[in-house]
Design a binder for this molecule. Structure first.
Ligand code: NAD
Ligand SMILES: O=C(O)C(=O)C[C@@H](O)[C@H](O)[C@H](O)COP(=O)(O)O
Ligand code: ZN
Length: 372
């Protein structure tokens, strides 16, 4: 993919990235202060009930402002507060959303607003996909990771103890609103987790963007607003470009899983929540880069480059000591696996990814070098 439109942008203007999916097309809006901008809510369906789905951490920070913005447009605005954390991305918490909607007589016109990170977004999306067989929803992502990745593209899910995101649906939001100002309150560890998914887009789709991230990493860690705006925009452009061609992951979309086969194994193997998703992806990208080198697809310098960048982003580059057999067992449950054969997203050229099986012996070598 070429890096057209990669010129840095100023922080102030609202940028719109379209995602083309026929009658499910929508806009990703990126800007400073979108929560308080009346234009953010124009053109959305009106209804008797709107529900803000959020969590106990984000609610005190931003829910009141969102409720005030929505009040003129809906008869009632409910607030559904979920417990915080990856460990709660499960059936029980999903059911809390359904129970709250039913108790409030939410109907088929009810619009859900996912206010939070990827956990809230994935669960709200799944609730929207299944409540009364489908109701509209809007993504209002409040973490860097959610703004650059999880709010876009319609993958919704909950975890299963045996595997990450195993129960879910493809279901697109009506709109995505990325207010860059909310990133100011994000803890540093979560900022780094978001950087992992930003870094991902370079090796899989845009070598120039990888260079840009290397050059601007310090600015991103310092939350420089213009650097953030560019990183969110370019990430969303790449994700929209991929999803627009392969909404349901028939092939190409799997490149967005670079680093995830190892990363998901780490998340599930440790029990959800010990490592953040972005931490698993950061370390997983180092492992997948190592495997790309071992398979002769990339030169050793590529692994050094990726490891250095992931480290600079303050992400782990060594996986936990789960044992190679346990890693392999967990990775065989991955959604990309076919007939028990693990398939990895690997890099074959900077900016181009490929999906390949790898001999267990080589995967063991990668794990010996980067885990434990
Ligand atoms: N659907 C997809 O395409 C997709 C893509 C990537 C990741 N994901 C999923 O997203 C999840 C990870 O998302 P995440 O990294 O956003 O984690 P998260 O949703 O757990 O949020 C991280 C933490 O930040 C807090 N938080 C959120 N916004 C805040 C703010 N503005 N200020 C202060 N604190 C804030 C949250 O309460 C939470 O404690 C994982 O479950 C992952 O599987 C999905
Ligand atoms: O949108 C996608 O497609 C992705 O793979 C994005 C990933 O960053 C994300 O973590 C996704 O939820 C992983 O998908 P899964 O199908 O492997 O569960
Ligand atoms: Zn991810």
């Amino acid at each position: 993919m070429t890096s057209a439109s990669a010129a840095p942008i100023a922080a102030a203007p609202v940028v719109t990235v379209p995602i083309a999916l026929g009658d499910r097309s929508y806009d990703i809006r990126i800007g400073d202060g979108l929560l308080d901008d009346p234009a953010s809510w124009q053109g959305l369906p009106r209804a008797a009930v709107a529900a803000i789905v959020t969590n106990t951490t984000v609610a005190p920070l931003y829910a009141q402002r969102l409720a005030a913005a929505l009040a003129p447009h809906y008869g009632r605005v409910l607030q559904i507060e979920l417990p915080d954390g990856e460990a709660h991305k499960d059936w029980q918490t999903l059911d809390q959303i359904f129970s709250a909607l039913l108790a409030a007589s939410a109907d088929r016109k009810t619009v859900l607003f996912a206010l939070g990170g990827g956990v809230v977004g994935d669960m709200t999306g799944f609730a929207a996909a299944s409540y009364m067989r489908g109701i509209p929803f809007v993504q209002v992502p409040t973490t860097l990771l959610a703004q650059v990745d999880s709010s876009v593209g319609g993958k919704t899910a909950i975890n299963h103890p045996l595997g990450k995101n195993m129960i879910g649906a493809f279901y697109q939001p009506l709109r995505v609103l990325c207010d860059l100002a909310v990133l100011d309150t994000l803890p540093e560890r979560e900022l780094s987790a978001g950087l992992a998914e930003i870094i991902k887009y370079g090796p899989i789709a845009d070598a120039d963007f990888l260079g840009w991230i290397e050059d601007h990493l310090d600015a991103l860690l310092a939350r420089d607003r213009a650097a953030m705006a560019h990183a969110v925009r370019r990430s969303c452009e790449i994700k929209a470009w991929v999803v627009g061609q392969d909404e349901r992951e028939g092939g190409l979309r799997a490149i967005l899983n670079f680093g995830h086969t190892f990363g998901h194994a780490i998340e599930a193997g440790l029990g959800y929540g010990e490592w953040l998703h972005g931490e698993g992806v950061g370390c997983g990208m180092v492992m997948a880069s190592d495997l790309s080198v071992r398979l002769g697809l990339m030169p050793p310098a590529f692994l050094d480059r990726m490891q250095r960048l992931v480290e600079r982003a303050r992400l782990p580059v060594r996986g936990p000591a789960l044992g190679a057999e346990r890693y392999l067992e967990l990775m065989r449950v991955d959604k990309k696996a076919e007939g028990g054969e693990i398939r990895f997203v690997l890099i074959e050229q900077l900016g181009r990814a490929v999906m390949r099986a790898a001999p267990d012996a080589l995967v063991r070598e990668t794990l010996a070098a980067h885990a434990g």
